[in-house]
Design a protein around this ligand. Structure first.
Ligand code: ADP
Ligand code: ADP
Ligand code: MG
Length: 481
C-alpha cells in the first residue's frame, strides 16, 4: 500500500470540488488547476494549492505535458482526472504511469480498449457478453455497402462514433433515404468532438431503458458491483435524471445483469471504479452498450443507496488497498434520485445560458445532497458543460424520493440566469415518471406536455415554442411511418 500525500485534480467544476472534499476527508493535500477565464470557480478557492494552466478556457485542461510538469513540480503523487476532459484519454494515463505518478483510474491499456466502443463491443462479444447487433467500423465501406448492412440489421439503425461520449456523435436512421446525410453529419461531429471520424452502426433498440452497473475492483483481481442506476431520462442521448436502484426490475434480472457486468469488467482486467452500460428492451433482453472507465456524473446516487464513498474508494484502490468488500456486503437501501440542474434556456431549445448568478439558495433538508461549484454572484463561464448543480435525494421508497425531489426543486433558488429547474419539476409531475414507468424515449414523447407544465417566470415565447415542438413531433412521427 502506497501512502498518497497529494493529489492533483486535472478537472474543474463540481467534480473537482467533490474530489477535493474526498482528499480532505482522507487528509490528503489537493492541487487544483484553472485556466485564466476559470479562476473564480469554487474548486480553485477550496483546494490547498492552485495553478494556472494557460489562457485558453479549455486547452489548459487538456494539456497533458503541462499537467504532468505541474504534478512533478508540486510533488503530487497522484492525479485524479474526474470525468470528461482527459479522464478517458489513455495517453494521459500512460504519461502518468511513465512519470511514476499514480493515475487514479484503470490502467492505460484498459482505457485504450474501452475508449473505442467498437473494440469494446468485439471484446465483449468474444467473452459471451450480449451486444446489440451491429457492424465493424464503416469508414472503409462505400454507401451502397453500408445500405446493405443497414438492410441486414433492419431499420431503424443507429450510427455511433467509436470514440464518442457525452451523447455526441450519435444519429438514429429510420429509413434508407436518411442514411447518407446521417452518415456525413455523424462523421463530421465525431471529427469535431473526438478528433476521429470512425463510426459504426448498431440496431436501434426502440424505447429501451438505459441501465448501468457500478463496478468496483482492486489491483488484485477482486471485482464487485454496487448495483445499478436507471439513466433512461435523457434528452438527445444525454442523461438528465438518474435513479438507483432501477425502479421496477426484478431481483432475478438485477442479479443476471450484475453478473454479466462483472464478467464484462473481468474480460478487460478492470481495476478501480467503472461503469458498464446496458440497454434493456421490452422483453427484458439486455445488451452491452459501452464501458465508462472513470467516475461518472451520476455516481452520488450509488453512494447514497450503498453507503460506499466512490471517490474515497478510487483513491484507496489506486494506492494499492485490497478491496475489503464482497458482493454479499452490498445491500442497497431505499432509492436515490439525481437531477442535473443546468444553465440552459428550455424555451430556446435548451441553448446554454451562462451569465452571472444573482441569488443562490440550494435546497436543504433531510436526505438532500447538492454537489456543485457555484455560489452567489458567481459568473457561469460560457466555455464549459452547462451543469450547475446535481441535486441528489435519498428516501426509503421511490414514491417518497420523487415527492422529495419535487419539493427540493421548488425550494432551489438560482436567479438571473435561466436554468432547467422548472423543466425538472415538470418531469416530477408526470404520471409515468412517478410510477417509474419510462424508457429513453420519455423526454422526446412527452416534450409538449413537459413544456406546457414548465412554469418559468421568463416565458417570453412559450406558446410559439410549444406549437413548434408539436409540429416537429408530427413530422417525426410521419417520417417514421
Ligand atoms: P456520464 O456518463 O458520467 O453520465 P456524461 O455522458 O454526461 O457522463 O458525460 C460527462 C461529461 O463528460 C460531460 O461533460 C460530457 O460532455 C463529457 N464527456 C463524456 N465523454 C466524453 C468524451 N469521450 N469526450 C469528451 N467529452 C466527454
Ligand atoms: P455515450 O458514449 O455518448 O454515452 P452511448 O453509446 O452510451 O454513448 O449511448 C448514449 C445513449 O444513446 C444511450 O444511453 C441510449 O439512450 C442511446 N443509444 C445508444 N445506442 C443505442 C441503441 N443501439 N439503441 C437505442 N438507443 C441507443
Ligand atoms: Mg454512455
Amino acid at each position: 500500500m502506497i501512502q498518497i500525500h497529494k493529489i492533483l485534480i486535472a478537472n474543474r467544476g463540481e467534480i473537482a470540488v467533490r474530489i477535493i472534499r474526498a482528499c480532505r476527508d482522507l487528509h490528503i493535500k489537493s492541487v487544483a488547476l484553472f485556466t485564466e477565464p476559470d479562476g473564480d470557480c469554487l474548486h480553485v478557492k477550496i483546494a490547498d494549492e492552485a495553478y494556472r494552466i494557460g489562457t485558453d478556457a479549455i486547452r489548459g485542461y487538456l494539456d497533458i505535458a503541462r499537467i504532468i510538469e505541474i504534478a512533478k513540480a508540486c510533488s503530487a503523487d497522484a492525479v485524479h482526472p474526474g470525468y470528461g476532459f482527459l479522464s478517458e484519454n489513455y495517453e494521459f494515463a500512460k504519461a502518468c504511469e511513465d512519470s511514476g505518478i499514480i493515475f487514479i483510474g484503470p490502467r492505460s491499456e484498459v482505457i485504450r480498449k474501452m475508449g473505442n466502443k467498437n473494440i469494446a463491443r468485439k471484446l465483449m462479444a468474444s467473452n459471451g457478453i450480449p451486444i446489440v447487433p451491429g457492424t465493424e467500423k464503416l469508414n472503409s465501406y462505400g454507401l451502397d455497402e453500408i445500405k446493405v448492412f443497414a438492410e441486414k440489421i433492419g431499420y431503424p439503425v443507429i450510427l455511433k462514433a467509436s470514440g464518442g461520449g457525452g451523447g455526441r456523435g450519435i444519429r438514429v436512421v429510420y429509413k434508407q433515404e436518411e442514411l447518407e446525410n446521417a452518415l456525413d453529419s455523424c462523421k463530421r461531429e465525431a471529427l469535431t468532438f473526438f478528433g476521429n471520424d470512425e463510426v459504426f452502426m448498431e440496431k436501434y433498440v426502440v424505447s429501451p431503458r438505459h441501465i448501468e452497473f457500478q463496478i468496483l475492483g482492486d489491483n488484485y483481481g477482486n471485482i464487485i458491483h454496487l448495483c445499478e442506476r436507471d439513466c433512461s431520462i435523457q434528452r438527445r442521448h444525454q442523461k438528465i435524471i438518474e435513479i438507483a436502484p432501477c425502479p421496477g426490475i426484478s431481483e432475478h434480472l438485477r442479479k443476471t445483469i450484475g453478473v454479466t457486468a462483472i464478467a464484462a469488467a473481468k474480460a478487460v482486467g478492470y481495476t478501480n471504479v467503472g461503469t458498464v452500460e446496458f440497454l434493456l428492451d421490452d422483453y427484458n433482453r439486455f445488451y452491452f452498450m459501452e464501458m465508462n472507465t472513470r467516475i461518472q456524473v451520476e455516481h452520488p446516487v450509488t453512494e447514497e443507496i450503498t453507503g460506499v464513498d466512490l471517490i474515497v474508494r478510487q483513491i484507496r484502490i489506486a494506492g494499492g488497498e485490497i478491496l475489503d468488500l464482497e458482493q454479499s456486503d452490498i445491500k442497497p437501501r431505499g432509492f436515490a434520485i439525481e437531477a442535473r440542474i443546468t444553465a440552459e434556456n428550455v424555451w430556446k431549445n435548451f441553448i446554454p445560458s451562462p451569465g452571472k448568478i444573482g441569488e443562490y439558495y440550494p435546497a436543504l433538508g433531510p436526505s438532500v445532497r447538492v454537489d456543485s461549484h457555484i455560489y452567489k454572484d458567481y459568473k457561469v463561464p460560457p466555455f464549459y458543460d452547462s451543469l450547475l448543480a446535481k441535486l441528489i435525494i435519498k428516501a426509503t421508497s421511490f414514491d417518497l424520493a420523487v415527492n422529495k425531489l419535487e419539493r427540493a426543486l421548488k425550494e432551489f433558488i438560482i436567479t438571473d440566469i435561466r436554468t432547467t429547474i422548472p423543466f425538472l419539476i415538470a418531469i416530477t409531475k408526470t404520471r409515468e415518471f412517478r410510477r417509474g414507468y419510462f424508457d429513453t424515449s420519455f423526454i422526446e414523447t412527452h416534450m409538449k406536455e413537459l413544456l406546457e407544465n414548465t412554469e418559468d417566470r421568463h416565458q417570453d415565447n412559450k406558446e410559439e415554442v410549444i406549437a413548434a415542438i408539436a409540429a416537429t413531433l408530427k413530422k417525426i412521427r410521419e417520417s417514421r411511418k
